[in-house]
Every structure is written in C-alpha cells, then in structure tokens.
Design a binder for this molecule. Sequence first.
Ligand code: GBH
Length: 510
Amino acid sequence: MKLVVALSLVVAICHGSAVRQQRKFPHDFVFGAATSSYQIEGAWNEDGKGENIFDYENHNNPTVIVDQSNGDVAADSYHNYKRDVEMMRELGLDAYRFSISWARILPTGFANEVNPAGIAYYNNLINEMLKYNIAPLVTIYHWDLPKTLYDLGGLLSPEFSDWFEDYARVVFENFGDRVKSFITFNEPREICIVTLMGTGSGAETAILNTTAVTTYTCAKNLVLAHAKAYKLYDQEFREKQGGQCGITISVNWFEAATESPEDKEAAELRRQGEWGLYAHPIFSAEGGFPTEITQKLLEDNAKQSYDRLCLPDFTEEEKVFVRGTADFFGVNHYTAYLVTAAKRVTDSPMPSIMDEFDNVMFPDDSWPAAASPWLTLAPNSIYNALSYLRNLYNDPIFYITENGWSTAKDRDLFDDDRVQYYRASMESLLNCLDDGIRLKGYMAWSLMDNFEWSAGYTQLFGLYHVNFSDPARTRTPKKSAFVYKHIIKNRYVDYEYEPETMTMTIDEGH
Ligand code: GBH
C-alpha cells in the first residue's frame, strides 16, 4: 500500500501535478452545498403553506415544464430534512445553503399572519444542522414569490420593497439567533427576466409574460428591497445577532471571441447588462446603474422613439441608500461564453433588455458539455469572473454560492464528468486564493437532485441521486459526492483518488 502511494507520488511529480497537490485550501475556507425551497421541499400545500407563483403556474400551465412535472413533492425535503442533514454530515460540509419559502412562513405573503408550522420546519432543519456544527446560510428569496403578492404586482409594485422588508424581519426575528449568514435575493437578473417574463424557451415560468421595459422596473425595485432588508439587519439585528447579510448575483464569465475592439465592447456590454446592472448600485463606489448602460439605453431608446430612459434611474438619495449594502458578494457561477459583436435578432415592440444586451455568444468547441444546453466546462472561469469583479468593486468579500454540473436523468452514479467539473472548479478557486482574492467559501449546486425549473427532472445537478419514482425519495451518493468529501476533508484536490466503495459513512467529529 505504502509502495503504491510512493509510486503514484513519483508519477505525479513526473507529470508536474505535485505542485497542484501542494496547493491547499485554508482550514477556515467554508465548503458547503446549496438548494432552494421550491426545488426540494415539496409539501406544497401542507400545514398551512400558501400558494406561490410556481405552484400556480405549474398546476395551471404545465406545458412550460419539459416533462410537465412540478415541485409538489420534489425531493420531499419537508419530510426528509433529517436525511438531508445526514448527507451533509456524510460529506463533512462546513455549511449548507437553503432558502426559505416565503408562502410557507407567511401564507398571505404579508407579515400579518405567521404560519407556526412553517417556522417550525426551518427551526427543525437549522437545529438539526447546528447539532453537527453545520452553518446555515439562508437565502431569503429564491424565486418562489407568494401568488397573492404576484397578483398585486409582485416585483413591479412600488410596495414590493416594503413587503420584502416585512418578510425579512420575520426571517431575522425567528432564525437570526442561530443563522449568521443571510442572502437577500438569489439572482436578480433571473428573477427579473426568467421568473417574471416568459421568454419562450428556457423560461422558468411564463406567468407574467411581459417583455421589455418592466424588467428594468423590476431591477430597481429588487435592488431597493435588498437595501431595505440589509439596513434592517444592520440597524436592528446585527448588534445582537452578529451575522452578515449579502446578495447573490449570477455571474457567468463573458470573454470577447476575438481581440477586435467591437468584440471586446460587446463582451463588456454583456457583462454590464448581465450582472453590472444589479451589482453596480450595491458594490461600486459611485452607486446607481452603470453609466455605460444608462448612456447606451438613452441612445437606443431615442432610436426606438421611446423618448425617455426605459430604466427607472435611482434618485441621488436612493443611490446613497443602496450603496454599500452588502457584507459579501455571493456569486453563482456556472460557465463562460465567447461573445461577438453581432446582435441576436429579437423583436420586442418596446425597449427590452433582451435587445440591448443579448449579443451572440457561444461556448468554445473544446469545452465539455453538460446535460443542460447552456452549461459547459470553461477553464478557470471562476478566477476570470472574480478577478474582474474584485477590480471593479474594490475587493469585496466573496462566496461562491452556487456552482455545479448537470447530468441527464437515468444516468448512473458514476458521474465522472461532474467529478472533472468540480476538480476544475477547485483549481480555479485556488487560483483566486493564490491571487489574494477575498474568497471565503464555496457551495456546490446541489446537495441532491431536484426540480430544475423548466427542465423539470430531466437535468439533474445533485451530489446525491434522488429516486423520484420512490415515494420515500431515497437519496444515494454519486461518485462526485465521495470526491467532494475527500477534497473537503483533505483540503486539496487529489487527482488519483477513487472511492473504494459507493457506501457512505460519517467520519468522526461530523
Ligand atoms: C441557478 O441559476 C439557480 O439559482 C438554481 O435555482 C438552478 O437550479 C441552477 O442555477 C441550475 O440551473 O434554458 O438556455 O434558456 C443559474 C442561471 C439562468 C441558468 C437560466 C439557466 C436558462 C438558460 N440559470 N438559464 S436556457
């Protein structure tokens, strides 16, 4: 056995990978996994939970989902949370990121009526995690807006930021004694484009089916709601609870396809349109929307005979209110694209974010492809994204709050492509740390297979397989789970590692 180890070390050194192996994650680097309420909980109408937009939409318009499935039962984590925590212990996770279902704790959407069974569910989950020193990282809003609030205008209502602030208060009051990290929103862009606007293919829900200017209204309302919740935490809870509050933005990497100035400009426009719009008001020194964007929109709107800025700009007072309202920058990062200056042809009758920033983009041919059509393994893309953000926004603290790989349903447990993806991600994380980027943690998406929005149960991201035809929703570790566990335990990437068996155990101390 020793001889084998010694031999493989020699081989590793000869291949130059010994240097890689010496790079270690610090002990306080937080390794975790992530999920979201609608995608795993099920129990859609149990114990007093209210209806949310996905309950409504997937029941009434099921063809939006490729396999016409929904989250009524999903992985049934509402009943299986103890098994979920057991999986976290098996993996040796430091943290687990999950989201609160707004309508589960506030069935009317408003804070006038708090559902004790909903509060109890999250208390049980949190307490079970804390028994084993697994830190909860709570997302307050991961897309599942109460239907009642949708009917009143949802994120387009000028009241939205107040509704959200009231909801956030209930979350802080009930869970903040034990939860030390809060994320207000998961992915503003996706909330405003994908969950509010039916964009045809890939639309997570076509519920509102508005194209054009309203996505900009949504951006502003969302950012204001985030800032109100942050200030609430900062002013009324931080002192006694001592935690942190941030926001998660989806940051894929966009690289110019060629060195031409046009392509470079197109890539930058894409970056600013995808995430700058939401990050700039919060993380930049000057606040407000990025000027490149407002300038371009003004010019384009004029050409479209829409003679004012379609993006409702922040007042000076609002800019100041929003600026600096995050203790960390949560980054969901999956992939990268090459961008060319050619514009994708869309036909919105009004100014639309889809026209403005939707230039042609594609993955490099050499990047391995996942089961999801939008997802490839692009080399070092976490580093590319974070080093860019760090320079733009003055070196914030980062967490990778999602990163993962999909395989097709019916795939076996030997997910070597996912293993390859996670190992590549680890190298990119180490590049960030080597470069002094203030990256504090990493959450794999996802702890277990779950409802993948419009892809239903056909594209699965779990470290654990979930048997969706079994009423018990049995969970079984995939090979990637063993590899991730090994990385967490040893704090480095061992390319030679293969699990000896496919049976998980819980290590001492977990
Ligand atoms: C995250 O979004 C979500 O936070 C999470 O809930 C989700 O399960 C996870 O990613 C995996 O998808 O079908 O070509 O039109 C990541 C951003 C935006 C990626 C919408 C997929 C649809 C592309 N997602 N996008 S397409």
